[in-house]
Design a protein around this ligand. Sequence first.
Ligand SMILES: [Zn+2]
Ligand SMILES: [Zn+2]
Ligand SMILES: [Zn+2]
Length: 137
Amino acid sequence: MTAIEQFLEQKNIRPTAMRILVYQFLDTKEIAVGLTAIEHAFDKAERTTLYRTLKTFEEKGVVHQIDDGTGTTKYALCEAGCNCDVEQDLHLHFHCTKCNETTCLTDHKIQPMNLPDNFTAEDVNLVVKGICDKCND
Ligand SMILES: [Zn+2]
Ligand SMILES: [Zn+2]
Ligand SMILES: [Zn+2]
């Protein structure tokens, strides 16, 4: 069994060929990718199959969604040990307005949010917009 198969099984995901390929694809990307970009990379796969794969990954804490304000939902692999917990696993995201790429800044954690009494956070999307390091030279 490969490391990816083992990892997916640990997350209670049956390691089908498609899931392994999508995982590998996301693993090679340093930026968050939208469904259309994934679809272009897998010209033989159905969009719905890819979408379902991403949804499964999301439910099992393998990927997280980022809404970067472009109207396209982006997906990125979670860090090892991430439970996608709004209290613990928050990191900044950066959307570059020049190259249009969205990056997880996983080393830049966000402090737990202070909400008023009786407000419960379910999903947090923190995207900083600006010029990335590649576009900034
Ligand atoms: Zn996560
Ligand atoms: Zn850029
Ligand atoms: Zn992220």
